[in-house]
Design a protein around this ligand. Structure first.
Ligand SMILES: *Cc1c(COP(=O)(O)O)cnc(C)c1O
Length: 564
């Protein structure tokens, strides 16, 4: 099967997490879903890619919620053999002075239009390795700093070695976030100047050649979000992969900063939205940071009723989502309404099955689902419960929430508990349900089945955000703070609505949210003529789904980053 993929040179796409399908728990959230959508679009567009990630045998975790509203984390052990093929090749990397052997599973991602893409899932759980080393590829984002660094050695250095051992020819490397930046060190070791060109005292590495091979996409608009390892740890675990002076020159004097390393090793660097690229430029002065705004995979994130609708009226939408610009004039109102009502019924049924709560199909549903962490402000809607009740007494609505907190994020876990308490405080006035176990399947039901998609991050921490783009494919408008992709996607009253303004102070956001809901969004929903609301649904499809998709994103990576 491998022979199908090694006959032509490929772009190697490295990501710590990847959402291949819901049954495979090798993803935690947005970064992994983006990686999955990248490979799905590459399959549809027949771009020659090979993805490299970790097998994460014990997954991220399955979320349960106890009677007090607290998150309980359950391991999700999966069996790679059920979905992937073990490959014969094995290579070793040196970790703490030991040889750690790395094998891989081949997962073949099959697109719905016949395209296929290879995905290598690296695995250290081999008989050759000691027990401790066999666990390196077990837990996604688990363990301590040393564990994380070992995972990044396996991903970056092990990934490059294994690609070569398997016979892949790589035309470009693409690092999806800094976790895989050690791949550049392996490339430096491979590309050295011939001895006759060396000057005494100069390192032998052909840095320009490595830079010409590497691309880096940064996702984090805050310094603390970047992996950084002390050189004491680096020397103990990795040793002298390249000499320390060169490493410090590339990755920072006072610690190995993975983002800095990736920046210095890549000729092409980009942020994931226009604003995020601007913020990154001020964080990293002196680097050229391009902007390629994220997108989502059309087929994956469009519900069945909307797929059928687009197939009928805009048949080539799956290959060329730009066709959706015609949605405003081509799609009959009654049919859009019917398709949405079907998607809403599917969500209502899932909510009932998972929580026992019966939502009312006649009342609007506000949806909010994302990683539960402070900057996303899942509690903003609940800032002033009396005010929220007053809004609901005028125009009734319901709320569905979902999201996991990272096991070490105590603040995020407290937010989940608080949300449950606030839901109880609103009982009888505003129905609020929390769907446990946020994953791709719940996301698919939510982004299609709610009426309004809510997004309330603290500016400028949302680099892009993608769930609102998924909602757009289903005709669901966003009500969102102007940050990340929404700065580009929001046309007020046409594709959805803004909360506050782009430069506004954060402390005014709750009031702006209540005002907008009470005076603009809910009154439009309840207008006796549904035409006004459906116009906004169509605006979300025609202006946003047509653009914020991963086909456009990949066509840009192909023409601007991979071919340059
Ligand atoms: C799309 C998605 C995300 C990312 O959503 P954001 O809006 O970027 O926060 C996270 N988790 C799952 C399961 C998703 O499907």
């Amino acid at each position: 099967m491998l022979e199908d993929f090694i006959h032509e040179p490929r772009v190697a796409y490295f990501s710590m997490e990847i959402a291949l399908r819901n049954e495979i728990p090798t993803y935690a959230g947005g970064l992994g879903v983006l990686a999955g959508d990248t490979v799905r679009s590459a399959a549809d567009l027949t771009l020659p890619l090979v993805a490299v990630s970790l097998v994460s045998r014990a997954g991220y975790f399955r979320q349960e919620i106890d009677a007090q509203g607290r998150q309980v984390e359950q391991a999700v052990v999966w069996e790679p053999r059920e979905w992937a093929t073990p490959l014969d090749a094995k290579i070793a990397v040196s970790i703490e002075g030991r040889a750690v052997w790395i094998g891989a599973w081949l997962y073949v991602l099959e697109g719905h239009m016949g395209g296929r893409q290879p995905v290598l899932l690296l695995d250290t759980d081999l008989d050759e390795n000691q027990r401790e080393d066999r666990e390196i590829t077990h837990y996604l984002y688990g363990g301590d700093e040393a564990y994380r660094f070992k995972q990044e050695i396996v991903l970056g250095i092990g990934g490059v070695r294994l690609l070569h051992a398997l016979g892949f020819r790589i035309r470009q490397y693409h690092m999806n976030e800094g976790h895989s930046a050690l791949l550049g060190l392996e490339l430096l070791r491979r590309y050295v100047y011939p001895p006759e060109d060396l000057r005494p005292g100069e390192p032998p590495y052909d840095l320009p050649r490595v830079r010409a091979l590497c691309n880096f996409t940064t996702h984090t608009p805050v310094e603390v979000g970047h992996d950084r390892f002390s050189y004491a740890l680096v020397m103990r675990v990795l040793g002298n992969a390249v000499d320390l002076a060169t490493l410090k020159y590339l990755a920072g004097e006072d610690g190995l900063n993975m983002t800095r390393l990736a920046l210095n090793l890549s000729e092409y660097v980009n942020g994931v939205a226009e604003r995020h690229a601007e913020v990154s430029k001020t964080m990293f002065p002196g680097y050229r940071v391009h902007a390629i705004t994220n997108g989502v995979h059309p087929y994956t994130w469009t519900s069945e009723p909307f797929r059928m609708l687009y197939d009928r009226y805009l048949p080539s939408w799956c290959h060329e989502p730009e066709q959706l610009v015609r949605a405003d004039c081509c799609l009959p109102d009654a049919i859009i309404r019917e398709a949405h009502q079907q998607a809403k019924q599917v969500l209502i049924e899932q909510v009932r099955a998972r929580t026992g709560v019966a939502l009312n199909p006649k009342l609007p549903i506000l949806g909010f689902a994302r990683r539960m962490t402070a900057y996303k402000r899942p509690d903003l809607l609940f800032t002033d419960l009396e005010r929220l009740k007053a809004v609901a007494r005028q125009h009734a609505f319901q709320v569905v929430l979902a999201g996991k907190a990272h096991p070490h994020d105590e603040g995020g876990k407290r937010l989940i508990e608080q949300l449950h308490a606030q839901a109880r405080a609103l009982e009888g006035v505003v129905p609020v349900v929390f769907l446990p176990g946020y994953d791709m399947e719940i996301a698919q039901a939510l982004v299609a089945g709610v009426d309004i998609w809510l997004n309330t991050p603290l500016r400028p921490f949302e680099a892009s955000g993608t769930s609102g783009m998924k909602a757009a494919f289903n005709g669901v408008p966003s009500l969102s703070v102007l940050d990340g992709w929404w700065i580009e996607g929001c046309i007020e009253g046409v594709t959805g609505w803004a909360i506050g303004n782009a430069a506004g102070a954060d402390d005014g956001d709750a009031r702006a949210l209540y005002d907008k809901l009470e005076q603009v969004v809910l009154p439009l929903y309840y207008q006796s003529d549904p035409g006004g609301w459906i116009r906004v649904m169509k605006g979300a499809i025609s202006k946003n789904a047509s653009y914020f998709n991963s086909h456009r994103m990949m066509r840009r990576y192909a023409t601007e980053a991979y071919i340059r």
